[in-house]
Design a protein around this ligand. Structure first.
Ligand SMILES: [Zn+2]
Length: 329
């Protein structure tokens, strides 16, 4: 859709400086993309990314801020975090602890050995996937109804992380899966019964036909999402029936996160692993492991990147999925 504005002459110098030209503000194109099955939808409004911000930060040094918090409780997790009732799970470079403030019956922090949350590599991501899953399987032994496993990573404060030290979180709940994953499960089932098709496979195929995918590992596809929840959202999609600890998926996710940090320059991000329940997973056979990753922007930016549109309406995004996928190639 297009919209137009009528700037007063007094504003023109400022508009030119901020947005490149007055014409760019006079006539604007906003693109709305909706997935008709899932109703995921995004408004692409490129000028939004160029808006000036009051109180814009200057002179912040992220590395120094991270280093200043060294010697926190997560630097010595065995005394700095509570243990789970079933005991800690140790990976090669990560260790679990109980989250002191539980969000579900089973809720762990997975603390990285390295303090700096950006000090990760492909091997650490594989270690994280394996340790998280081992934690979930152990928790399930004592509570067989708890099958809904979720792995999340909030990197830095901008993404909701309250502790800077590198860590992810694992949750395990019973009953229906976490709401957004249950929603996908329903959409996949409804699509199959209405059209006889595989919804996830078709979403990937649509992106592939538009040049918005990369085959990052055998059977693992990176998708620059056409209906992103916020800036630069990527999906890492495995094959139905593939385990997230499968080395192909782990390597695909690890490479994607490393490229997100190094080539795109992302510093603060959210990652969530969507996968079917660990057992009793009737009707989930078409749901592959999917990691969703979103950029939360400059850690020193004062306004939040999300507002009422993102919470209650349709997210507004300034970044271009085509530029994103090209930068990752
Ligand atoms: Zn630390």
């Amino acid at each position: 859709m297009t919209g137009s504005t009528s700037p007063p002459p007094e504003l023109e110098p400022w508009l030119t400086e901020t947005f490149g030209s007055v014409q760019a503000v006079r006539e604007q194109t906003v693109i709305k993309v909706r997935n008709p099955v899932t109703l995921e939808e995004t408004l692409f409004a490129p000028l939004r990314a160029r808006r000036p911000v009051d109180g814009a930060p200057a002179g912040h040094d992220l590395a120094a801020e991270i280093a200043a918090t060294e010697d926190d409780p997560f630097c010595h997790p065995e005394t700095g975090t509570p243990a789970e009732a079933t005991g800690r799970v140790r990976g090669r470079r990560v260790i679990t602890g109980a989250n002191a403030a539980l969000a579900d019956a089973h809720h762990a922090v997975i603390v990285f050995d390295a303090h700096d949350p950006l000090d990760f590599d492909v091997e650490l991501v594989a270690d994280l996937l394996q340790t998280g899953r081992a934690w979930a399987e152990r928790a399930r032994e004592s509570d067989p109804a708890a099958v809904n496993y979720l792995l999340i990573w909030n990197c830095l404060w901008r993404a909701g992380g309250s502790i800077i030290h590198g860590h992810a979180q694992a949750l395990l709940g019973s009953g229906p899966h976490y709401a957004r994953i249950e929603r996908l499960h329903r959409d996949v089932a409804a699509y199959q019964s209405a059209h006889g098709g595989d919804l996830i496979e078709e979403i990937v195929a649509v992106h592939r036909s538009l040049g918005l995918t990369i085959d990052v590992a055998d059977g693992v596809t990176v998708v620059a999402n056409l209906t992103p929840v916020k800036e630069r959202e990527l999906l890492v999609v495995g094959l139905a029936g593939m385990d997230e600890t499968d080395e192909r998926f782990a390597a695909g996710l690890g490479r994607t996160l490393v490229a997100y940090r190094d080539r795109i320059g992302v510093r603060s991000f959210n990652m969530a692993l969507w996968r079917p329940p660990l057992a009793q997973a009737d009707g989930w056979t078409l749901v592959p492991p999917i990691a969703r990753i979103v950029d939360r922007g400059d850690p020193f930016q004062r306004p939040s990147d999300i507002g009422a549109m993102e919470l209650y309406a349709t997210p507004i995004v300034g970044s271009d999925p085509y530029e994103l996928i090209d930068a990752l190639r």
